[in-house]
Write a protein that binds this ligand. Structure first.
Ligand code: NAD
Length: 260
């Protein structure tokens, strides 16, 4: 129950979806939270929701765009000021972009996906790792995707950036394991969040639910994943119970990425 007791945990993209779900689990396990998102109103609602579920939890909210390095530096400094350390970092904020084939992919959308999914993740690591080095302790969980280990039709920049996240993860694991910092990535399949709801709308604008059903049927478990199922894995990887897992990309997809 208390495996994150008094740990200072920073979560990006915390206002909804996988970030919010992990924040709820971390709060239940006793963490002091710094929640970062660029959607200020959703972030305020998220804070209220977590406080209702876990009275007494400490939550600092910061409105910031993770693709802006100055804003990243500021949220890291604010978290450090509030809690004097940063034990865990759930580097989660990301976007899917629009769905289109590689050659006709809109350049501006492509760049936005790279700015958020690659640079946003990198900036977070660049500013938090030195603090964890000073502490000689840290747990980082980056968010890749099954699109970080395989191709996905019509999602070129998403797949390219999620592969880059797995690369950043392995790199940090090698370079900072000696400092007591364990860096891993999760690779979710389709988990029912607002991002995935939007993807099903793009696949079948007339009947998104039908697209969801088709997708679920292709999964060995015949269902999509739930955000709290991912949250529990993240909480483990952020805790002291995770003591010798480093540089791994852990699929959480009902086993779907094993199919050929
Ligand atoms: P979501 O769209 O439901 O939530 C993402 C949150 O991140 C939102 O609150 C949004 O405001 C915030 N955000 C986006 N860009 C930001 C930025 N530049 N700065 C600050 N905040 C920002 O998405 P989700 O499904 O919860 O996805 C979270 C992460 O998980 C993403 O990296 C996504 O690629 C990854 N992922 C999700 C799934 C899935 O099935 N849901 C699968 C694989 C990977």
């Amino acid at each position: 129950m208390s495996s994150l007791k008094d740990k200072s945990v920073v979560i990006t993209g915390a206002a909804m979806g996988l970030g919010l779900a992990a924040a709820k689990v971390c709060a239940e396990k006793g963490a002091n939270l710094t929640l970062v998102d660029y959607n200020e109103s959703a972030l305020t609602s998220a804070k209220a929701e977590i406080e209702k579920a876990t009275p007494g939890v400490k939550i600092l909210t910061i409105t910031a765009d993770v693709s802006d390095e100055a804003a990243v530096k500021a949220y890291v400094e604010a978290a450090l000021k509030a809690y004097s350390r940063i034990d865990g970092f759930y580097n989660n904020a990301g976007i899917e972009g629009r769905q289109a084939p590689l050659v006709s992919y809109d350049q501006q959308v492509f760049e936005k996906v790279v700015d958020i999914n690659l640079y946003g993740v990198y900036y977070g690591m660049r500013h938090i790792i030195p603090i964890m080095q000073q502490q000689q302790y840290g747990r980082i969980v980056n968010v890749a995707s099954v699109g970080g280990i395989r191709g996905v039709m019509n999602q070129t920049p998403y797949v390219a950036t999620k592969h880059a996240v797995t690369g950043l993860t392995k790199q940090a694991a090698l370079e900072y394991g000696r400092d007591g910092i364990l860096t891993n990535a999760i690779a979710p399949g389709a988990i029912l969040t607002p991002m995935v709801a939007e993807a099903f709308k793009q696949v079948n604008p007339e009947d998104p639910k039908a697209a969801e059903t088709v997708y679920a049927q292709a999964n060995p478990t015949k269902r999509l994943g739930l955000p709290e199922e991912v949250g529990r894995l993240v909480a483990f990887l952020l805790s002291d119970e995770c003591s010798y897992v480093n540089g791994q990309v852990i699929a959480i997809d009902g086993g779907q990425s094993n199919s050929y």
